[in-house]
Design a protein around this ligand. Structure first.
Ligand code: 5AD
Length: 549
């Protein structure tokens, strides 16, 4: 066990079994684990505790999470919404108290649409504060709009990575969409916070270990881990509260695996056990989020009962944090406290018409050191290795498979033939492939971002059609004269004019794509194209560090 802690402290890596082992360790080993996490925290972050002003501005929520007191189904919850002016005023108040970050949290309240949120964000950014949002699941376009308005960070706990537990706790929601949101946020250059609700019914040590591995996989910049506190007006009224020791182990292990992440000691730990906030701050955590709401609203935002901080002013709470910090040899810092793990990237969409010379541009960008996510290649890989994809295709196109040594193998040429021969065949294939390709694209971009790649290209014929443009900093459209494209297309194997006309029915016209793009590059003559790409690359580099503050 001690060997595992030493390994984690040195290499910041543990596998699932090792995490399970440490999550189940006895108190003596746990003490060693906390000490190691504290050392790593001081080494990478220092002795500072960052403060964030938490403003809960609406407790209306469209969701029905079984554990949460502000769930739509709780008719006893006293609902409120603050006005845009009051929200901005609260930020002014926080800034006056010396707090440089405001966390805007609410239920999933559709009243605050994209325009209202962007207005709030812009007005608070004018105060020179870091803006963190915690508004739940939104569309890619909404996340992009908030970012454009100036939002810096976003908190969205995964809650649990266990499919069955997630499903049982979150009616009409899906783990898949939650992950989509987190990947979107990461790709859009937010500092991304996620985390776990510890103590959900049927949650296991294995799933908690998976949660930590997920934080790493998703490139979390911040991780908030807290215990479940049963709320009497919810279906979990008689559930057991989450275990503080497990929360502390999760915090410590997260610190060891993500040394640079910002990790709060959340309000729920102090609520459940007075004094435990400081213990968590001595076991790897480095952030506290005092509530700056008006007293009458603090009580109403009752995700769980008897929230710590009710009846205390923000100034009192801050004083209390400062006193606690001294005892554990830390000090409160009121600066913005940006994540030291944050790595912004420029994401470039690359699209064009059929046989327009896009692959050539893509290869030139790759030569310049840009990371390339190639959607056609993803399709090929999925259709070669992914059992699930094969099963889905087989249900629609059984004749596309050949039996080789007792195994079903997909004949892609045959599939393409069958797809075009069948009415709506192409649409059916897209229905199978696009969601899986989109998921893989997101994973690959995050993978490259974590590697520190500054420029990432999404090479996608259907970039606009699939909505991937919403993830891009800018889009390049590659074009060529119709006749040139046609000639190139017909020179490829297995093509025909008829096939081309079917393919075209599934794509926006090239002229539309060009209008929607930021840069258009002609790809007819190789040296001219190379010169255009060179020019683009130098301008791109001059754009500097997108997303950096
Ligand atoms: N106890 C503890 N935490 C809760 N949350 C929601 N309900 C409860 C509860 N009863 C947490 C969720 C959510 C965060 C804002 O509050 O994990 O992500």
């Amino acid at each position: 066990m001690i060997g595992l802690i030493e390994k984690a402290e040195k290499f910041h890596r543990l596998d699932k079994d090792e995490l399970v082992c440490l999550l189940s360790c006895n108190n003596d080993v746990a003490a060693e684990l906390f000490a190691a996490a504290d050392r790593i925290c001081r080494k990478y972050i220092g002795d500072g505790i960052y403060l964030r002003a938490l403003l809960e501005f609406s407790d209306y929520c469209r969701n029905n999470c079984l554990y949460c007191g502000i769930r739509a189904g709780n008719s006893t919850c006293l609902r409120y919404r603050q006005s845009v002016d009051d929200i901005v005023q609260a930020a002014v108040f926080a800034k006056r108290k010396g707090l440089e970050t405001i966390v805007l949290q609410s239920g999933e309240d559709t009243f605050f649409d994209s325009d209202k949120m962007c207005d709030i964000i812009k007005r608070i950014k004018a105060l020179d504060m870091a803006v963190t949002l915690s508004l739940g699941e939104k569309s890619t376009e909404e996340y992009a709009a908030y970012k454009k308005a100036g939002a810096d960070r976003y908190l969205l706990r995964i809650e649990t990575t266990d499919e069955a537990v997630y499903k049982a706790m979150h009616p009409n929601m899906s783990l898949k969409n939650r992950k989509r949101c987190l990947y979107d946020l990461k790709i859009l250059n937010y500092e991304v916070g996620t985390g776990t609700l510890v103590g959900l019914p049927n949650q296991t040590a294995e799933s908690l270990a998976e949660d930590i591995l997920f934080y790493v996989e998703a490139g979390a910049d911040m991780v908030g881990i807290g215990p479940l506190i049963p709320h009497p007006q919810t279906p979990l009224a008689s559930a057991k509260a989450g275990d503080i020791m497990t929360v502390m182990k999760m915090v410590a292990l997260t610190r060891l695996l993500l040394p640079k992440a910002n990790i709060p000691a959340v309000t729920a730990v102090e609520t459940l056990h007075k004094g435990s906030r400081d213990k968590v701050l001595a076991a790897g955590a480095n952030v506290v989020m005092p509530n700056v709401n008006a007293e009458n609203l603090k009580e109403k935002y009752e995700i769980y009962p008897n929230k710590y901080g009710i009846g205390k002013s923000a100034a009192e709470v801050i004083k209390n944090i400062e006193n606690g910090a001294k005892v554990i040899g830390k000090r409160v810092l009121k600066s913005k406290g940006n994540s030291k793990a944050f790595t912004p990237a420029v994401v470039i969409g690359l699209t064009g018409g059929i046989a327009c010379g896009k692959s050539y541009v893509s290869s030139l960008l790759a030569k310049k050191g840009f990371a390339v996510v190639d959607c056609d290649k993803i399709v090929r890989e999925l259709q070669t290795y992914d059992e699930d994809v094969m099963k889905k295709i087989k249900a629609v196109f059984p004749l596309a498979f050949r039996n080789v040594d007792g195994k079903d193998v997909l004949d892609r040429a045959k599939l393409s033939e069958l797809t075009l021969a069948k009415e709506d065949g192409l649409a059916e294939m897209e229905k199978i492939m696009i969601p899986l390709v989109l998921q893989r694209v997101r994973e690959l971009i995050v993978f490259f971002k974590k590697q520190g790649k500054k420029y990432i290209v999404i090479d996608a014929p259907l970039l606009f059609e699939a909505g991937l443009n919403a993830l891009c900093t800018l889009v390049i459209c590659v074009y060529a004269d119709d006749e040139v494209s046609l000639k190139r297309y017909l020179a490829r194997e297995g093509t025909s004019k008829e096939r081309l006309s079917v393919l075209k029915t599934r794509q926006l016209p090239l002229s539309e794509k060009m209008k929607m793009s930021d840069v258009c590059i002609k790809s007819e003559n190789e040296s001219e194209t190379a010169a255009a790409v060179d020019k683009f690359v130098s301008e791109c580099v001059n754009m500097g560090d997108v997303g950096e503050k």
